[in-house]
Ligand binder design. Structure first.
Ligand SMILES: Cc1cc2nc3c(=O)[nH]c(=O)nc-3n(C[C@H](O)[C@H](O)[C@H](O)COP(=O)(O)OP(=O)(O)OC[C@H]3O[C@@H](n4cnc5c(N)ncnc54)[C@H](O)[C@@H]3O)c2cc1C
Length: 457
């Protein structure tokens, strides 16, 4: 095959695969270059294995309440079985991704790619150059590891899925969704788990009730939270890793994991050879059509630093292909993105938080707190929280925040009426489905509290 393509995609993750497939379907001659495994972060070491491990960890919650329903449980957990079955499933998914690329005729090249100009890409191992009318950069992001002494003794989410054995204890640094998800995974599998975070509460940027509710849920599960502290250094101590904290405390852990953010994969990509500009945060700067400062180079997904989520990367890849290869310019709307935290308890959110909504005008806030029905026969006291934020006096629904079982599934469906601009009256018109947690969203009567002129009343 000659080396002149309509499109060369760098990175076969969520965004790159969708763009390559769609462009090929529209008749373009497409090559996709991947240096690791087809499927990218989501399939190989992100959403998919994470959710499988979340399911594994949640059995312990079920066993906790099982007795109250009359069950006698004597369960044992085997980590190698989980890892092996996870590997089988991601290999199956990887093969499906490969097949979906090959079907419309995308050429898959397993190599590392470097941009060498506006229309050329070099294959590092194959030592050859490809020419392309358009280049799409979809190289994703990688875990940021703090520059501290002994950092190499720690792991990131990349390694956490494949530890040779489950540690007796783990220290997780970070307060974002990856930190709390892995904390509940490890705690659920029986690991003594501690989160250390430089801020004063986990999940910065989320609704305060969700943050405090999850904090209580983590503590209920025995997860220790150390705030306003960081890890200063790590050292080997026999089979353990000794962590020295910023307050001088020294403590041993079976493993240490950094969940301290992710950075776009832009290094050693040769972007400067084509004049591709970066944002102040180090992501590739793009316009609404995902076009970079070099007209023949586009970028989608995590490498653009917009919203680092799989469905967003996929939508950006799809709209890129529509725009460039189907003569149908389309811009992704990043304004209403449903988000979940697959911790235990789980969080699902869409739209504005209270402080954000209150700056837009007067709002009414409806809050329900109750014990999930599953727990009512046991002594568990944990509360589900549902919060609806609405423009004052029956206005548009501006935000929905849910903490509790099924929160993510609920929020995905709430995204539909919210995208249509639904009001409180639209929600109220829906018949309740009983007994569910979600019925609270359509049965709220008087607001729990309001904001008038920016102040809580
Ligand atoms: C632990 C974890 C859990 C997550 N959970 C969720 C979740 O529950 N829901 C959700 O929506 N999102 C989740 N995400 C985020 C999601 O995985 C990403 O947003 C998504 O994968 C981004 O897709 P992408 O196409 O931008 O990049 P990626 O999927 O990261 O793909 C980029 C690909 O480019 C390749 N590559 C990089 N540089 C080169 C090069 N020079 N040459 C060749 N190949 C290269 C990489 O090997 C990689 O395969 C999670 C992420 C992590 C880390």
């Amino acid at each position: 095959m000659s080396d002149g393509y309509d499109l060369v995609v760098i990175g076969a993750g969520s965004g790159g695969v969708r763009a390559a497939r769609m462009a090929a379907t529209y008749g373009a001659r497409v090559a996709i270059i991947e240096e690791f495994r087809v499927g990218g972060t989501c399939v190989i070491r992100g959403c998919v294995p994470k959710k499988l491990y979340v399911y594994a960890a949640r059995f312990s919650e079920m066993f906790d309440v099982a007795e109250s329903f009359g069950w006698q449980v004597d369960a044992k957990f085997d980590w190698p079985t989980l890892v092996a079955n996870k590997d089988k499933e991601i290999t199956r998914l990887e093969q499906a991704y490969v097949a979906n690329l090959e079907k419309p005729g995308v050429e898959i090249i397993r190599d590392r790619a470097v941009v060498t100009g506006p229309n050329s890409v070099h294959l590092v191992n194959g030592k050859r150059d490809l020419q392309a009318k358009t280049i799409l950069i979809a190289t994703g992001a990688h875990p940021s590891i703090p520059h501290i002494l002994g950092a190499e003794l720690g792991i990131s989410s990349n390694e956490a899925f494949d530890l040779p054995k489950l540690p007796h204890s783990i220290l997780i640094e970070g307060g974002g969704y990856i930190a709390v998800e892995f904390a509940t995974i490890f705690a659920g599998l029986g690991v003594d788990t501690t989160i250390i975070y430089r801020g004063d509460c986990i999940l910065r940027g989320f609704d305060d009730d969700m943050r405090r509710g999850l904090e209580a849920g983590l503590q209920d599960r025995g997860i220790k939270l150390i705030y306003q502290t960081t890890i200063k250094s790590l050292a080997k101590a026999g089979d353990n890793i000794s962590a020295t904290f910023s307050d001088g405390v020294v403590a041993p852990y079976g493993a240490v994991m950094f969940a301290t953010g992710r950075a776009p994969n832009v290094r050693h990509l040769g972007l400067e050879t084509a004049g591709v500009k970066l944002t102040p945060m180090g992501a590739i700067a793009v316009d609404g059509y995902s076009q970079s400062s070099c007209p023949s180079i586009y970028a989608v997904g995590d490498v653009t630093g917009r919203a680092a989520l799989t469905p967003v990367a996929i939508r950006e890849g799809w709209y890129f292909a529509e725009t460039v290869f189907n003569n149908n310019p389309m811009m992704v709307d990043h304004s209403l993105i449903p988000t979940a935290v697959f911790s235990d308890p789980e969080i699902g959110v869409i739209g504005l938080t209270e402080p954000e909504a209150a700056t837009h005008g007067d709002i009414d806030v409806y809050v329900a707190r109750f014990r999930p029905m599953m727990n009512t026969l046991s002594t568990k006291t944990e509360r589900t929280i549902l919060k609806l934020i609405v423009g004052a006096n029956g206005g548009k629904v501006l935000g929905v925040h849910i903490l509790g079982p099924g929160a993510a599934e609920m929020i995905q469906l709430v995204a539909i009426p919210m995208g249509m601009g639904a009001s409180k009256a639209d929600f109220d018109r829906a018949m309740a489905l009983h007994p569910t947690a979600a019925e609270e969203l359509v049965t709220f009567k008087a607001p729990t509290y309001t904001y008038r002129n920016g102040a809580k009343v």
